[in-house]
Write a protein that binds this ligand. Structure first.
Ligand SMILES: [Zn+2]
Length: 449
């Protein structure tokens, strides 16, 4: 026997071999494999394919038999404010401006790091439970959310939010820029946590500060994100203050580029859509939040048809009131049809693309959102024995239209299982319940309600 014969038949090593009834790969061909397996090593997918074939060739350290389930890439939340779980259900049924100015901002200004930590951990628990493995955040004292995500094993892009200066958080722009630089340095060696520059919006941050912050993002070579064109009311405010609509404010300052991720883009016209497409800027659609605050319905299919990369986000838990990407995926498809008067608008595959590959690009992390050899092993499993997922004709259809998120029975990031069959492996959920009750008392006191 020659050495080469031995090499050809020796089992291949891997850390983990996962078996499932089906794998929605979200690869370039959008293949859905049945009776499939995924081999994982060093946090990356080694190979995806027929399970019997992988089983014959690999000798894994561990096996995860998910027969009766389907795997899909971990969902990517393109826009959220994680610690706002603290304000879930605190102020409902209000339009955007009233909601922000009268109810949210006065309480937020008093939040301390301990409370933010509780909110961030609650948010992480909900993301893990509903199959989300990475998120783009925007809030204050972002190192707290970074530490929560890292401890839970989730991927996060942190956005230290700012308005005009002085503010309750930053006396000057330079103090804010320094905080962002420190944040980036603090997590430089953490493979799960990155940073983005995050001005709140074109109606709350003056154009010259938007521009200065963009230069900071360029110098640090990180994404730049902001809320934009969220509602017709915002457009009126921008027209009154600057004589320009929100997209024009950014365009005239040279702030539209592939580095940029814009949240909402509900009130955008045909010319603005063409300009967004030409610039390579990314857009995140937040259907539940837009509906709840009565902000309007984004022309998502028009944006996609024009060539804009449109991801999907939940927004914060106080304007949604969930961080469940499955609900927003379903809503994106349903609302898209009504917005365009066309039942074929925003189809199931499009909605799943938005929640995976497209959102990954919005995070500046394009290798996420797929199950493919050489890419991060971030994946989730849905239990196909749930009555609402039977029978199966089309796995993608079930993920978008039939699943609620509660069928998620496994969540994995970089090959590490964070949640399996009801058990959180990186979080103490009982402890979190007590902390949440304590935080609710504080919110009531702080709001004077
Ligand atoms: Zn938001």
């Amino acid at each position: 026997m020659h050495a080469s014969d031995f090499t050809a038949t020796a089992p291949l090593a891997c850390d983990l071999l996962v078996r499932a009834d089906a794998v929605i790969t979200q690869d370039d061909e959008r293949r859905v494999l049945t009776d499939a397996g995924v081999a994982v090593a060093d946090g990356l997918v080694l190979e995806v394919g027929d399970y019997a074939d992988l089983d014959a060739r690999y000798e894994p350290v561990q096996r995860l038999d998910m027969a009766g389930r389907m795997l899909l890439p971990g969902l990517v939340n393109g826009h959220t404010h994680l610690p706002m779980t603290l304000l879930r259900g605190f102020a409902d049924d209000l339009p955007l401006m009233d909601w922000l100015q009268e109810h949210i901002w006065p309480v937020e200004a008093q939040l301390d790091e301990e409370l933010l930590g509780i909110g961030a951990r609650l948010g992480c628990a909900e993301l893990i439970r509903t199959g989300c493995t990475a998120f783009l955040n925007g809030y204050f004292h972002e190192h707290v959310t970074g530490e929560a995500a890292s401890a839970c094993g989730l991927r996060a892009v942190l956005g230290e939010g700012f308005f005009a200066f002085p503010s309750p958080f930053f006396p000057t722009a330079e103090a804010c820029w320094e905080t962002i630089r420190t944040l980036q340095a603090r997590f430089a060696d953490d493979p799960l946590v990155r940073t983005a520059v995050t001005p709140h919006a074109a109606f709350t941050v003056p154009p010259e500060l938007l521009e200065a912050s963009y230069e900071l993002a360029e110098s640090l070579d990180i994404p730049w994100q902001t809320h934009l064109a969220e509602s017709p009311t915002e457009t009126s405010v921008c027209l009154g203050k600057y004589g320009m609509r929100p997209v024009e404010i950014l365009r005239t300052r040279g702030l539209l580029s592939p580095r940029v991720t814009l949240h909402h883009c509900v009130d955008v016209d045909e010319r603005e859509i063409a300009r967004l497409a030409a610039s390579g800027a990314n857009v995140v659609h937040n259907p539940a939040s837009n509906l709840k605050l009565c902000s309007g319905m984004s022309p998502v299919q028009d944006l996609l048809d024009a060539g804009v990369n449109v991801g999907l986000g939940t927004d914060g838990a106080s304007s949604n009131n969930q961080l469940n990407m499955f609900r927003d995926m379903g809503l994106a498809a349903l609302v898209g049809k009504v917005r365009h008067g066309d039942a074929s608008a925003v189809g199931a595959q499009t909605a799943l693309d938005m929640a995976t590959r497209n959102s990954a690009r919005c995070l500046g992390w394009p290798e996420l959102g797929r199950i493919e050899a050489g890419y991060p092993a971030d994946m989730i499993a849905l239990d196909l024995s749930s009555p609402n997922l039977m029978p199966v004709f089309n796995h993608v259809s079930h993920a978008v239209y039939a699943a609620t998120g509660m069928e998620v029975c496994m969540t994995m990031v970089a090959g590490e299982v964070l949640y399996l069959y009801g058990e959180f492996r990186t979080l103490d959920v009982g402890g979190l319940r007590r902390e949440a009750a304590r935080a609710a008392k504080w919110v009531r006191r702080a709001s004077g309600k």
